[in-house]
Design a protein around this ligand. Structure first.
Ligand SMILES: [Zn+2]
Length: 173
């Protein structure tokens, strides 16, 4: 395990799983109050975010509700991706629309249970590749898995040294 540190003789400090607080955009504000995102209508309550329009409509009526921008929307505003997915190979040319639809569907599905998992941008590099920036690493990994499942090919995952960015490279010739 690459994050294991020797802490003197006889024992080791083991790698502790990263929590959400390692993300500089989390947490935001006091946890006791309900917050709503003015951009995407995500709702923060019970220490988590919900992507649920009905919940937003109820929360927004309450006078104590705070109006903020959620971490997902802040990352989009700052262009601060947590994942970069590159799709390459002939299949990009042949099945571009299918790939783009798959990305959209995966994003919609992910937003249902975590509105902070988002696709920030999709760039087409001619017929060669498609580059997708995501707000967090989970969304990028999700896309890698979904594309591999649907179109086979090879996928690899590489984390930056500080674990804040994952690069997902998928290729099928
Ligand atoms: Zn938002």
């Amino acid at each position: 395990m690459r994050n294991t540190k020797k802490a003197g003789k006889g024992y080791t400090l083991t790698y502790r799983k990263k929590t959400a607080s390692a993300d500089p955009y989390l947490p935001r504000g006091a946890s006791g109050k309900t917050s709503v995102c003015t951009d995407c209508h995500a709702v923060y309550m019970n220490k988590r975010w919900y992507g649920d329009e009905a919940r937003y409509r109820t929360a927004v009526q309450h006078p104590d509700t705070r109006h903020i921008r959620c971490p997902g929307c802040l990352k989009i505003r700052d262009d601060f991706p947590g994942g970069v997915v590159t799709l390459r190979g002939d299949v990009v040319h042949l099945h571009k629309q299918d790939l783009l639809n798959l990305v959209k569907n995966e994003e919609a599905r992910a937003r249902g249970f975590n509105p902070l998992e988002r696709v920030m941008s999709i760039r087409e590099n001619g017929t060669e590749s498609i580059i997708i920036n995501t707000t967090n690493e989970k969304m990028a990994q999700r896309l890698g898995r979904a594309v591999k499942k649907a179109f086979h090919g090879d996928v690899s995952y590489r984390w930056s040294h500080d674990n804040k960015l994952v690069r997902v490279d998928w290729v099928r010739e």
